[in-house]
Design a protein around this ligand. Structure first.
Ligand code: GDP
Length: 424
């Protein structure tokens, strides 16, 4: 059980947060290695219900050290607010249980501003950004126009860097978007406030992780979003701006040579998607409304109604393959209990041809879903705690999905609470 990554195999919102929360019991360290405040992991435990955006889900377990690796979009303001929210419910957050990589780049206020301006410019062609500045942040990181969290420890150098960055950013803000410029003074003030607050948590997390590995500690890597939102292998351009695949975990965490031993791909028993872009098995109207209500499918970050539909096996198998998942955790099986028949999208029809291969993004717009229908179980399964507790049709559904995805389903969740889970 030395190391493990928990990743999403679909569009995100698969229930990764609850899986990490459950498994942290067996792990000493939980690492977030990509993404930022643009998505939320919902965790329900004895402290309450939380939508975590940047904090690793291990924050609730005493003794677990949580790490924000170099690959995350570190927004000091939002991180600080999140720390305050969990502290208010009695959760300890200290430099002993939260460590931030010196190598994480800082998401600055203009990234959020640019995200908003660009979505407004795109108007009806918008990507559906959560406007947390993630795309402008990663673009700047690639262009080497950001500062590292560790630079907060070298204020003189930082001041000079910020002055140069302001000049550069103001060109885009004023000349491209006709927006107000930012002054270096404003930025310094913001950093003096939120930068100072996160400073005590900064650490050489690569050294910490290597030492932990050498000492035989168990490491858990927690991803955000899912395969279909991966910058390189997702549905471009409706992806996020970082790699959501497990292969990025060692890099984003700061341990590039690490080999992951266990990769848990989290999939929902039906499909959901937040934001824009192709979603082949999407339902509309009353059917969609019913499923959305049954699953409480509203975004953890924005409260936006999620798009919903029957399980897209074509996308899910692709997602699991791109994650190199060694096992699948299937969540929210309980939500399907109201259906007398459950359709599953097993193939796409594209230009009259039937395929079960996930196609190149440009072809998705023309893909029609082809369904196979399974009998429902029409019984409340939220109390099931063992495989045998599930009605036969529910077991058949899980087995059908397992065969379609081509990867063993080891966990099935039947409710949002920590204990509402069946381990096979
Ligand atoms: P994540 O980003 O992958 O962690 O997913 P989210 O937290 O955005 O969405 C998962 C949602 O489903 C949360 O509201 C969870 O509390 C809820 N959830 C997780 N597992 C189950 C389950 O088995 N049954 C039900 N009914 N809800 C669940």
């Amino acid at each position: 059980m030395a190391n493990c990554a928990i990743v999403g195999v679909n569009w995100g919102d698969e229930g990764k947060g609850r899986m990490v929360d459950l498994l942290t019991e067996h792990y000493d360290v939980v690492v977030r290695y990509q993404g930022g405040g643009n998505a939320g992991h919902t965790v329900i435990n004895e402290f309450g219900k939380f939508a975590l955006h940047l904090l690793p889900s291990g924050i609730f377990r005493p003794g677990v050290v949580n790490v924000l690796g170099g690959g995350v979009a570190l927004d000091p303001e939002n991180l600080w607010k999140e720390i305050q929210t969990v502290r208010a419910e009695g959760v300890a957050v200290t430099p002993d249980n939260l460590r931030i990589s010196l190598r994480a780049s800082l998401l600055l206020p203009w990234h959020r501003r640019l995200d908003e301006l660009e979505e407004a410019r795109l108007a009806d062609k918008k990507y559906g950004s959560t406007k947390q500045g993630i795309a402008p942040f990663y673009a700047d990181k690639a262009a080497k126009k950001t500062v590292l969290a560790g630079d907060l420890l070298y204020p003189d150098k930082l001041r000079a860097q910020l002055k140069d960055l302001c000049e550069y950013k103001n060109l885009t803000l004023t000349e491209v978007y006709g927006a107000e410029p930012v002054s270096a003074g404003e930025l310094e003030e913001w950093l003096a406030d939120y930068g100072e607050k996160i400073k005590p948590y900064l650490a050489d997390t690569t050294k910490f992780l290597k030492d932990a590995e050498r000492a035989g500690k168990n490491l858990l890597f927690e991803a955000q979003l899912g395969s279909l939102r991966d910058l390189d292998w997702g549905i471009v351009p409706y992806t996020t701006s970082s790699n959501t695949t497990a292969a990025y975990a060692p890099i984003g965490a700061g341990m590039p040579g690490l080999k992951l031993e266990r990769i848990i791909g989290v999939a929902k028993a039906y499909s959901t998607c937040v934001g824009e872009g192709p979603f082949v098995s999407e339902w509309f109207g009353e059917k969609a409304e019913k499923l959305r209500e049954a699953g409480g499918e509203y975004g953890a970050k924005t409260g936006r109604p999620r798009r919903v539909g029957p399980l897209d096996l074509v996308a899910t198998r692709y997602g699991a393959e791109m994650q190199a998942a060694t096992e699948i955790a299937l969540t929210k099986l309980d939500v399907l209990s109201y259906m007398d028949e459950i359709p599953v999208c097993t193939h796409y029809k594209i230009g009259g041809e039937l395929t079960d291969e996930f196609p190149f993004p440009a072809l998705l717009d023309d893909a029609e879903p082809v369904y196979e229908t399974l009998p429902g179980w029409e019984t409340d399964v939220s109390g099931a705690r063992s495989w045998e507790d599930l009605p036969e049709n529910a077991r058949r559904y899980v087995e059908f999905v397992e065969k379609g995805v081509g990867c063993p389903i080891r966990q099935v969740s039947v409710g949002p609470e920590r204990e509402s889970i069946i381990i096979r």
